[in-house]
Design a protein around this ligand. Structure first.
Ligand SMILES: Cc1cc2nc3c(=O)[nH]c(=O)nc-3n(C[C@H](O)[C@H](O)[C@H](O)COP(=O)(O)O)c2cc1C
Length: 267
């Protein structure tokens, strides 16, 4: 499956089929993708993949949001911006692998009881648990609570390309024949906390400046997720580049510059 097809297929899943277990080779494949979750932004995060007993007293609480999932990804993140950006990128790679394997996932930063998930786990003291995601096969029908959540958040909708991304200067749409258009279109499909879509970008020639709008406590992490979609799409199109901190980014009020991407051999 192409990366674009995988990105288009991914959707948050909160209702799982408890009768469908994960085969050992599927579990191994996911563990491998965790080991390969390197990022252009360094590290500062740790992902664990753990099975919980759905019937036993150890069933962790997601306040009823998730049903039927036994396996969870748990991510601890160091408390700094670059680690959050890297964590978003790294874990989304694992999420996309799960999607390719036909599994459902749901990034969660809020609706889970952390102490239930860390019980018996060895999270690093300097990387506290911030994110979890169930992993399993989606049930045939969503529970009512999931349908209401999706409707309330407008989960199936995204802001228009022209609102999120600009070319030349802020406010100018990125033209369809721009070499970054497809990668930005894939970034737009990324999941984000409360579907806030805080990613912004300005294309200037072979450079792309990336910003975020502070919408929630995890907006930087959301940007990292979007950058994963952007970077993997470009790579699949054979385009490689260099990532840098945005020290000289053009200013835009309300937009916080994070990183700059420069295509190789285009200067
Ligand atoms: C960092 C992050 C945190 C999230 N936290 C929660 C959460 O606590 N509970 C929840 O039900 N969904 C959570 N979501 C899922 C979003 O609501 C979902 O991605 C968004 O509505 C878009 O829907 P989609 O993923 O189906 O495209 C989170 C997503 C991200 C990226």
């Amino acid at each position: 499956m192409t990366i674009k097809k995988i990105i288009e297929k991914r959707v948050s899943v909160r209702t799982f089929d408890p009768s469908r277990k994960l085969d050992t080779d599927v579990v191994e494949e996911l563990k491998k993708s965790i080991r390969n979750a390197s990022t252009p932004f360094g590290d500062g995060f740790t992902i664990e993949f753990k099975k919980f007993d759905l019937k036993g007293p150890q069933t962790p609480s997601t306040y009823g949001v998730i049903s039927g999932a036994g396996w969870y990804l748990l991510m601890g993140i160091r408390d700094d911006e670059m680690a959050s950006l890297a964590a978003g990128y790294g874990m989304e790679k694992v999420v996309l692998t799960a999607t390719e394997l036909g599994l459902g996932t749901c990034w969660m930063a809020l609706t889970f009881k952390g102490s239930d998930f860390t019980k018996g786990s060895e999270m690093r003291a300097d990387q506290p648990l911030r994110i979890i995601s169930p992993v399993g096969y989606a049930a045939n029908k969503r529970k009512m609570l999931e349908s209401i959540t999706r409707m309330t958040l407008g989960s199936a909708k995204r802001k228009p390309m022209d609102y999120l991304f600009s070319e030349g200067e802020f406010g100018n749409p990125v033209k369809k024949d721009n070499k970054f258009y497809d990668a930005l279109a894939m970034m737009r499909l990324a999941p984000s906390a409360k579907n806030t879509q805080p990613w912004r970008a300005l294309v200037q020639g072979s450079d792309v400046w990336f910003y975020y709008e502070k919408k929630t406590d995890v907006s930087v992490l959301d940007l990292g997720i979007g950058l994963c979609h952007f970077d993997l799409t470009l790579k699949a199109d054979g385009l490689e580049g260099i990532w840098d901190r945005s020290v000289d980014a053009p200013d835009k009020q309300g937009y916080i510059p994070m990183v700059k991407f420069s295509l190789k051999d285009c200067h």
